[in-house]
Design a protein around this ligand. Sequence first.
Ligand SMILES: Nc1ncnc2c1ncn2[C@@H]1O[C@H](COP(=O)(O)OP(=O)(O)OP(=O)(O)O)[C@@H](O)[C@H]1O
Length: 620
Amino acid sequence: MSAADLSRAQGPAPVTGPRMTPPGRGGPMPIAVGKPRNAGATLRRLGAMLSANRLQIVLALSFTLGSVTLSTLGPWLLGRATDLVIGAVSASRAIDFGALGQLLLLVGALQAVAAVLNWMQAWLINGLVQNLSREMRRQAEDKLARLPLPWFDRQPHGEVLSRVTNDIDNVTQSLQQLLSQLLLSLLHLIGVIAMMLLLSPLLALAAVVSLSLSYGLARLLAMRSQPLFVEQWRWTGVLNGEVEENYTGHSLVKVFGHRQRARDAFEKSNRGLSDNALGAQFLSGVIQPAILCIGNLAYIAVVIGGALRVASGAMTMGALQAFIQYVRQLNQPVSQISGMAAIVQSAAASAERIFELLDAPEMSPEPRQPVDAAKPLGHVAFEHVRFRYDPARPLFEDVSLEALPGQTVAIVGPTGAGKTTLVNLLMRFYEIDGGTIRFDGIDTRTMAREGLRRHFGMVLQDAWLFGGTIRDNIAYGKADATEAEILEAARACHVDDFVHVLPQGYDTVLDENGSGLSLGQRQLLTIARAFIARPVVLILDEATSSVDTRTEILVQRAMALLRSGRTSFVIAHRLSTIRDADLIVYMENGNVIEQGSHDALMARRGAYWRLDQFQVPANA
Ligand SMILES: Nc1ncnc2c1ncn2[C@@H]1O[C@H](COP(=O)(O)OP(=O)(O)OP(=O)(O)O)[C@@H](O)[C@H]1O
């Protein structure tokens, strides 16, 4: 059995993925996660999740409205101040500095209040979105623990990890932007257009026409650049894959003389990436200058038209000044709103992937009143067990075997025989389709999964360690392990032999690959971990990988000690190590072909005998 089987049960580790740069927009970028299938329904569901904090949303909306209204009044009041000065000068009157001061103070106060309201809405929305993000992570984490292993089999690991990390992250960042900026920009746009219409409907029309032109052009360029961005990220993925493959298989690439082929493939991907990135960046880079250019032309038209209206007395100088300021403010909300479409799409696609995970069918529910063995003895029995991973591919059709308390049962057979599957079913990583598996006479389906698994200890081929000290790695087997127990386990399993020569001893920090320790040492460490847990039933997956002879003897010795006095299932790859097992079960294509003691099976001269003959030279 590989550690992958176990790690599937233990859930994912974080990964990061590429982020996509949409045209003409700064700030956090949406991830290239594809198009949502049903954006409307997904956004409604997101909205329903957000509506749990209705009060915060209403407050944030009110603050935004207040902030935009106050800041939009600024240019108009300044225009009135200008008219006050010009009116006094042209009528050769003294300037009313009192009124002027009041107007300027009012503008300053309005801007200050608007800034405070703006800050408060950002703070509220930040809290709102972070709450949602935390809730989504919590739900995803809970869900992963409830999903059956077959679900994980169908998903690439990276895909699951990406949903829990990148997608939630993307939804959070996008919502943050959407909620704070979209509304602000929309209200700002409405406010500015309303003020312009009030000041001069004719000039307002000219400004709105120019605005529509810039928007149309921006959309056209964005549509052209979009496929190039998609290609850019596709090539980035290909290139990343190649770099990873060539880096991890560096020596193999060289040994098999594939260096030139790897270089050619890399060159192709590298060119694909740079060509598409160049096109995408060029088109998206043109958007801002084009908008700016149209905006400037409109600005000139407004200034000339406005000046003519002032000259004809249809408009005051202050009104023109205010109008020009509003024209200047028009572009920003428009470009922000146009960039939001990409964020909405990206957020909806990510949210859809998260909801897919949250809605995936779960494991069969736990029994209402789970049964457990009061004094577990370790009696395990498979009774006519039927099981298929794939309904169309038969595997276990009628498997029966029994391990009495304290017995060692060795499971042997060619690759793909079903040895790991037997363990998967025993631990209820998968549910059987028929028959019964009993633990101390209790049908395991009537036990809680956690409760059942507590009786088992596993030592797998791929010695699974986690980032932490050697002490932590041993103590992982027992939550409240004392120092004396850790030392006892370490000594019994020959871990102490190599740890006491390490400069940091038991405080030596390992990474999750256990680098710094040999394979044999890592195996000894996992044996010590099982030793300290003192489970009733042991599952040992014998190492096939070669370790040096001395370490192998130590591993064998530690495993033998671990087995003594407890029921053990040993997935054996070398028959020499299981000759003294109480029961040897020979499997092939999911069927138990033979079972009995070594001597009995040898006497039968069947499949086991043939396997033994085949292995003799290796064992000799
Ligand atoms: N998660 C899975 N989904 C679908 N089929 C699977 C899954 N795991 C194993 N199988 C299939 O079930 C059969 C038994 O596999 P299993 O891993 O139990 O064999 P094994 O005897 O442990 O092999 P090995 O000695 O190579 O580890 C194989 O045909 C395998 O392809």
